[in-house]
Design a protein around this ligand. Sequence first.
Ligand SMILES: Cc1ncc(COP(=O)(O)O)c(C=O)c1O
Length: 435
Amino acid sequence: MAKATDFRYNTGATKVPWAAVGENYNVNDLMEVIKFLMQGEGAEYEEAIKAVQAQVEKLDKISTPPGKLSLASKVEAAEADSNEYLGIDSSTFVTNATSGFEIAYKYANLKAGDEVIVPAITFVATMAYPLAIGCKLVFADVDPVTINMDPADVARKITPKTKMIVPVHIGGYPVDMDPILELARKHNILVLEDAAHAFGAMYKGKKIGTIGDFAAFSFHEVKNITSFGEGGIVTTTIPEFKDHIKRARFFGLDFSRKIKDWLYDVSAMPGKEEPFVAVNYSTTEIQALGLSLQIARNEQIIAERRRAAEYLNSRLAGNPAIIPQDLGNEDIKPTFHLYQLQIDPDKAGGDIQVLKKKLEEKSVTSIPHFGPLYRFRVVQQMGYDSDEIAKTCPVCEEVFYKRFTHLPLYGLSDEQLEYMADAILEAVDEMQRGV
Ligand SMILES: Cc1ncc(COP(=O)(O)O)c(C=O)c1O
């Protein structure tokens, strides 16, 4: 019997295959792809491109096109690579982390009025689906050091209507998962890890993304590793859902069951309490190939990022106004997606907004991208009162407006890192001197 795959049109070897009934890429198309991925100009570049074109033309005569461009062996291989890396068996490659979240949210059978606890500081993707369907978002305050969801505030904000808790490992720094899981089990609440920044992070010997009921990683272009700009892996630890998660990516097609005179059946996905209908989050073979190649060097990438964070810490630690990035310990191993720069405004002679402005003047990029979600207009437009919510998240208000920003960590030369450390120290010195 065929396995319950969602891989389309995979009818096996035939004389007349219908595996690829669309247009293939020709030499000209491929040259444009190469020129896009390896951009340049000038005589030397043009000469190299000509030489490559001659070889691609040769290859064209002796090669065959891949046959399938979507959901086939490369997607399976990327999922196997992710499984091996994470030590699990449920990795499913989807269009992005946001669609992975949707699968988890749909499994939870969320309905209007149900409550979902998200951290006050994250990216809009974390809350988009529950907000869109009329759930009540409850914003948990954050820990002042890690700026991750504070489990103690989650405990205060759980009600009988809470259906999900969504810890976000911001910047790749693991959330303290044990107390969150304990609360969730006690109250029969599902946990979805937003592991968008955290592919490869560890919490107490376990890989992040393998701890909650569901998790999703992002391979969007600005993450530590990417699958050609977009992509996500969704995982589950729910034994009854593992066999269905792949079908949840593609309408619930089931090739293991056929209905009369048809190639497959389509069935609803089993949800926590009732079935739900799956839609389409399919990914391409090219994206999957890109993901496999980068998963293979993820550890090296994390190590390089760690070295950059260690360097910044070594330069900044001596200044009492600066609170350097927590590098983790035996139990906590971050991915160093971003460097979290915090200051003590009293000692620095000003708050982070002043420092951000000074860094901008010194042409050092900071990334004020993760902030209080409840300030967005869309949240107000859905009927929330931002100022009332802010009163329930005092730490978030303090750290976002006064204490932290994020800095980039990767792809920087030693000179750039040195310049960044110098600029931060100089800027704080200026603030302290009131200039
Ligand atoms: C914290 C967080 N969650 C979720 C996402 C969404 O990831 P994706 O773009 O893969 O949907 C992002 C992306 O930037 C993010 O930063």
